[in-house]
Design a binder for this molecule. Structure first.
Ligand code: CTP
Length: 398
């Protein structure tokens, strides 16, 4: 999958820079075209001569070549790359990337990169554990960058802890996985429902729920990064897609959401139902505001809303993939399997409200994926951007 891919390899000033030589060799061996961009302090650890000999390209460090005055365009580099990999990424470069401190070619290229970015931190255990680093890595994750977690082990300081850069072989594997998944969604149309629905009681009041749409929009971003043509049918939320090209159709009620989905579904290859759809709506929404003084507390009569997932499930053609969510509080796996069958889904994403930091409004989630063919896979608590990647990779396998 790496053959012919343009990889922009960023190297920063850390002892682990020696591992970048192996990483570069492995990438070239797999057929990738690699352009190295190095920070000034990176050159203290590994020489550009070695790197340019292995990559077959001059190594870029400065904005200008001093003797010719040639300008190195970070914009062109950013557009050229199919992926940017920063390995090793020091605490300093991570901080600069998180805050847009563009004082060298590596960070400027990062800011110009349109391609997915992979960051392999390497530093001493205390630097790694410092709240500043943790926060900066969280920021980078929230920009949709992929953090390749460092391993625990003996560090250059001879202290033992978390901070060793991931092995080059594993980094290559991660890139290869990414491109395998990425290719398989090229040209695919993906429909995603997200957020809550609001069911009007009167012009100022509604029945709704606490969904923020974060999970659905993270899935939309992940699908777009994998090359899909993505449309989100979204209830009222304040989040927006991070990826350009994701289309959003805004709706309010379950009925409207269902109508849009019915229009889009016949043309869709994949539909992912992540919206928290209200199951009931007021039978008789008032045209004017219900006043307090004039009456006894009103009684709300409710009618059933359409079950969008089940409606699409009943119309699913062979080859279309339908994925649903199950947010449960008890008998989680059993309830999720029932929904999978009754709505004719190919896979269901189960999250339990009993798990801390999972569910509505959080930036993290903990899921179990259950497929119609009976496979079950549990995942640890992760940022929603990474959960979205896990879900989309599983969809690719389907
Ligand atoms: N769903 C839907 N339309 C509805 C209700 C749910 O499309 N009217 C979808 C959700 O987007 C989700 C799946 O069905 O993918 C399961 O939603 P959930 O609310 O967990 O299940 P319900 O079928 O509503 O069952 P219950 O509320 O009783 O758990």
């Amino acid at each position: 999958m790496l053959s012919g891919k343009h990889i922009l390899l960023g190297i920063t000033g850390g002892i682990a820079a020696y591992k970048s030589v192996t990483l570069l060799r492995l990438l070239v061996k797999r057929g990738a075209e690699v352009q190295v961009v190095i920070t000034p302090s990176g050159k203290e650890f590994i020489t550009p001569v070695t790197l340019s000999a292995l990559s077959g390209k001059p190594v870029i460090c400065d904005f200008f070549t001093a003797n010719t005055g040639e300008w190195h365009s970070h914009v062109d580099l950013g557009l050229w790359a199919d992926a940017m990999v920063i390995a090793p990424a020091t605490a300093c470069t991570i901080a600069k990337m998180a805050h847009g401190v563009a004082d060298n070619m590596l960070v400027t290229s990062y800011l110009s990169a349109k391609a997915p970015v992979f960051i392999a931190p390497a530093m001493d255990l205390d630097m790694m554990a410092h709240p500043s680093t943790t926060r900066n890595l969280e920021l980078l994750r929230s920009y949709g960058n992929h953090i390749i977690e460092p391993a625990a082990g003996e560090l250059a300081s001879h202290l033992v802890g978390k901070g060793r850069m991931e092995e080059p072989e594993r980094i290559v594997e991660i890139l290869d996985d990414f491109f395998s998944a990425g290719h398989s969604l090229k040209g695919k149309k993906v429909l995603i429902t997200a957020g809550p629905t609001y069911e009007r009681i009167d012009p100022v009041r509604f029945i709704g729920n606490f969904s923020t749409g974060k999970m659905g929009y993270a899935i939309a971003d992940a699908a777009a990064r994998m090359g899909a043509d993505v449309t989100v049918v979204s209830g009222p939320v304040s989040v927006t897609p991070k990826e350009t090209g994701v289309k959003v159709i805004r709706v309010e009620s379950a009925k409207e959401m269902c109508g849009e989905c019915l229009t889009l579904f016949p043309e869709s290859d994949i539909a992912i139902m992540s919206a928290a759809v209200a199951d009931y709506a007021p039978a008789d929404p008032r045209q004017s505001k219900i006043k307090r003084e004039s009456q006894e507390p009103p009684v709300l009569h409710l009618v059933k809303n359409p079950d969008i997932a089940a409606t699409l499930g009943a119309r699913k053609r062979p080859g279309q993939i339908l994925v649903g969510f199950a947010l449960e509080t008890d008998n989680e796996a059993e309830n999720a399997r029932k929904k999978l069958l009754s709505k004719n889904l190919d896979m269901i994403v189960l999250n339990s409200l009993r798990d801390a930091d999972a569910g509505f409004g959080t930036d993290t989630n903990k899921i179990t994926l259950i497929t119609a063919s009976g496979q079950t896979a549990g995942f640890p608590l992760k940022p929603k951007s990474e959960v979205a990647e896990d879900i989309m990779k599983a969809v690719c396998r389907l």
